[in-house]
Design a protein around this ligand. Structure first.
Ligand SMILES: Cc1cc2nc3c(=O)[nH]c(=O)nc-3n(C[C@H](O)[C@H](O)[C@H](O)COP(=O)(O)OP(=O)(O)OC[C@H]3O[C@@H](n4cnc5c(N)ncnc54)[C@H](O)[C@@H]3O)c2cc1C
Length: 424
């Protein structure tokens, strides 16, 4: 095949959408260029484990270059996407321009502060490995300082952790922080007691995990309380300052670490596309996942808004991004196959909801899979099984899996080393 004839497929993002597309799509006439600002695919569902010292960074990330080392048709570029010009069919990188015949955008989302970007400096969100490493360092440093200080009120601030947002990430963070303080660090300190750590979970709606049935949300709150987490529901955050969260009932929580798990928005790049967006900045795509008026450009995963069979928005979860990726891969491949023959009729994307789950701690979780609702130990086993399966699938290294499973199950928190501390 001559170079001039090849079809240029540009894929933006090595997350669940972009990576799955590249794995599912292959055609002798196509060349794929995969672009991401990081050099790795990140298993975001376990990010909170890195943030709470349960796992180390390489255990939940895989270098994109090595994932595609055996695919000469895939070129990996580590670059920031700065602009997309749909009329010229070009993607602008910080250093250069890529032209495409097909464009698959899978740039995911960013943490949203609901119109208060100034809160970010006081309450970091959890979206990247850098975020997780920063949270881990700050949390571990707070315990170190609490051991050293002789000021009781400062110690109580250092031993208070506030998590804002009672969705899956907030619930998982709060549970893991409580376990870290009460079970893992319990014997490590002499001058203060880590078990006295206060973990406060703040949620604006009446219950945590509001996307799940009420009984599962209530069960999650109970399991969190059993771990010692203070669960404050129906309380809205009015203001976040350095070390302070102000709530609408007049309460102020003083906490050395405030973590934000309350909102996500689509990649800000969607705003320059000139196509319809929803309030979260997601691209309102056609039923086949293409952009209105741009049949060879697709948005998939967290940056796309598409409806399921019940006319509800498909949720921003890994299985949805992967299913969208496979749909687009099939569609582009069929079109390339039919290039010299009868044009194919595009089928609409159909989402298969595999259910959702959230883990609260070891042996504590909730899960909903179809009509089946689980809570406690059975839900935790279901969570563990699904995550181990996922990890095997994408890392394909049984040895790494066992190492991970051992450190996770045995409370071996080797990831407790403090790195990257700025000298004051
Ligand atoms: C903390 C956390 C926990 C989660 N837990 C779960 C869970 O338990 N189960 C579940 O199903 N889902 C979970 N999710 C959601 C899930 O991770 C997302 O739905 C999924 O990752 C979406 O895939 P995506 O391909 O759309 O985006 P992503 O996987 O986010 O990938 C986007 C990629 O685009 C890159 N990128 C973004 N902007 C640029 C740019 N300008 N230039 C270059 N590259 C760029 C990013 O570096 C990233 O690699 C969680 C998410 C988070 C943050």
């Amino acid at each position: 095949m001559s170079r001039a004839k090849s079809v240029e497929v540009v894929v933006l993002g090595t997350g669940f959408g972009g990576l799955t597309f590249c794995q599912a799509f292959r055609h002798p006439e196509a060349r794929i260029t995969l672009v991401d600002r990081t050099n790795h695919h990140l298993f975001q569902p376990l990010l909170y484990q890195v943030a709470t010292a349960g796992l180390s960074a390489p255990e939940i990330a895989a270098p994109a270059r090595s994932v595609f080392a055996h695919r000469p048709d895939v070129t990996v570029l580590m670059a920031d996407v700065e602009g997309i010009d749909l009329s010229r069919r070009e993607v602008r990188l910080r250093d250069g321009v890529l032209s495409y015949d097909y464009l698959v955008m899978a740039l995911g989302g960013v943490t949203s502060y609901f119109g208060h970007p100034e809160w970010e400096q006081f309450a970091p969100g959890l979206k990247t490995l850098d975020d997780a490493m920063r949270i881990r360092r700050d949390v571990l440093m707070a315990f170190e300082e609490a051991e050293t200080t002789t000021d009781e009120s400062r110690r109580s601030e250092l031993l208070t952790l506030a998590v804002i947002g009672g969705g899956p990430t907030g619930v998982e963070m709060a549970g893991a922080l409580a376990e870290l303080a009460r079970r893992v660090l319990a014997k490590d300190f002499r001058r203060m007691n880590p078990a006295s750590t206060r973990v406060v979970l703040i949620e604006g709606s009446p219950r945590v995990l509001s996307h799940l049935p009420a009984d599962l949300g209530d069960s999650a709150a109970r399991q969190l309380r059993d771990l010692g987490v203070e669960v404050l529901t129906g309380r809205r955050v009015l203001e976040v300052r350095a070390g302070e969260v102000h709530l609408d009932d007049g309460t102020t929580i003083r906490a050395a670490n405030i973590l934000w798990a309350a909102g996500v928005a689509a990649s800000p790049l969607t705003r320059q596309l000139g196509v319809p967006l929803d309030r979260a900045g997601r691209v309102v795509v056609e039923p086949d996942l293409s952009l209105p008026g741009h049949p060879r450009v697709f948005a998939i995963g967290d940056m796309a808004l598409v409806l399921d069979a019940q006319a509800r928005p498909v949720p921003g979860v890994c299985p949805a991004a992967m299913q969208m990726a496979r749909h687009v891969a099939r569609l582009v491949r069929d079109e390339l196959e039919a290039r010299h023959g009868v044009p194919v009729r595009r089928t609409p994307f159909r989402y298969w909801d595999k259910g959702s789950m959230a883990t609260i701690g070891r042996s504590a979780a909730v899960a909903k899979m179809g009509a089946l609702e689980l809570s406690g130990l059975p839900a935790w086993f279901a969570w563990l099984f699904v995550h181990l399966l996922f990890l095997i699938g994408y890392r394909n290294k049984v040895a790494v899996l066992w190492q991970w499973a051992y450190s996770y199950l045995a409370y071996k928190r080797g990831a407790r080393i403090i790195l990257g501390r700025e000298e004051g």
